[in-house]
Design a protein around this ligand. Sequence first.
Ligand SMILES: Cc1cc2nc3c(=O)[nH]c(=O)nc-3n(C[C@H](O)[C@H](O)[C@H](O)COP(=O)(O)O)c2cc1C
Ligand SMILES: C=C(O[C@@H]1CC(C(=O)O)=C[C@@H](OP(=O)(O)O)[C@H]1O)C(=O)O
Length: 359
Amino acid sequence: MGSTWGKNIKLSLFGESHGAGIGITIDGLPAGVELDLDLIKFEMQRRATGKNELTTARKEADTFEILSGYFNGYTTGAPLSILIRNRDQQSRDYSQIKNIARPAHADYTGYKRYDGYNDYRGGGHFSGRLTAPVVFAGAVAKQILKQKGIHIGTHIKSIKDLKDRDFCEKDLNMEVFKKLSEKQLPFLDETLESLSREKILQAKSRCDSLGGVIECSIIGMKPGIGNPFFNSIESQLAGLMYSIPAVKGVEFGAGFGITDLFGSEANDDIYMDGEQVKTITNNNGGVLGGITNGMPINFKVAIKPTPSISKAQKTINMKTNEETEFKIVGRHDPCIVPRALVVVEAMAAIGILDFLMVS
Ligand SMILES: Cc1cc2nc3c(=O)[nH]c(=O)nc-3n(C[C@H](O)[C@H](O)[C@H](O)COP(=O)(O)O)c2cc1C
Ligand SMILES: C=C(O[C@@H]1CC(C(=O)O)=C[C@@H](OP(=O)(O)O)[C@H]1O)C(=O)O
């Protein structure tokens, strides 16, 4: 499996949703980083399950045990390794559908790729559960980035057709990012909180699910970071974003919308703000030629509607290739977006740290 990643910061992710546990090893961290474990726990709780009717009913505390690389409050320079034990598996939900491919989940593709040996329970290694250790790694990376003046924030840009405005200059600071991180439904337009809650619950009551878009901004980046062609800022961050289960789109700056503009509208005019080079607009999302230009790195991530829904669906038995109709029973997120914001931030932090930790 492709569960190892990185050039300077190296990650190795392991575990399955219904196995004994999940975890990560992070190699390449500098020694002497004082870790704020409460901050890491706060980040883990932003992603955690079983909080209320907006999340899957599976209740995992996501308590992490640090196995190595941490001593007397500081990183040691050795690989930082953690284990999160799975506590609330309900594998009988999956025994009934062992050979049935859930539409839009990884059952069929995983079965084909791993000759039916993959752990199908709860999606196994394909599960969104594997993003818990990613959030741990992201929380560590964020602490190192903070020392360098780099901060990462997200908000919900949309849930289905309910749309928030884009980040603008007044939102791009630590205070706003912190406030957003404390909310379960962090919209810039706060009137959308209750509307989106209702929309998600309505879909859930109809045995359905919803998707949406997350906007992310990375501030405090110096110009001149990124290694084109193949290790550009965009290629690295997009690769990490697409590693998050359920991500089906990534766009930087004005993204696909830039094609609606004339060059004169799309170009970001350059000016001096004191000693600092800035651009008036940021349609290129802070990246030109794969390299940071010192403006915030802005991008959006599309999250599909949760695949496991309890409506009747058509599918096949993977062993016999017989067509069948079935209903999924079990505990699933009616909308993944609220739990994925911190995962997007974590992946962004890891991706940026990897550029900055030149070995
Ligand atoms: C935080 C998080 C939670 C998720 N929760 C669920 C869930 O409850 N039920 C489900 O079917 N898929 C869930 N997913 C999505 C599936 O894991 C994902 O759609 C599946 O592995 C197929 O991968 P793909 O959508 O990237 O192709 C979740 C993903 C994330 C990131
Ligand atoms: C356990 C988590 O989310 C799980 C992600 C998930 C999936 O298919 O991705 C399916 C569900 O698993 P289960 O059927 O075992 O309850 C979610 O609960 C988690 O995120 O920690």
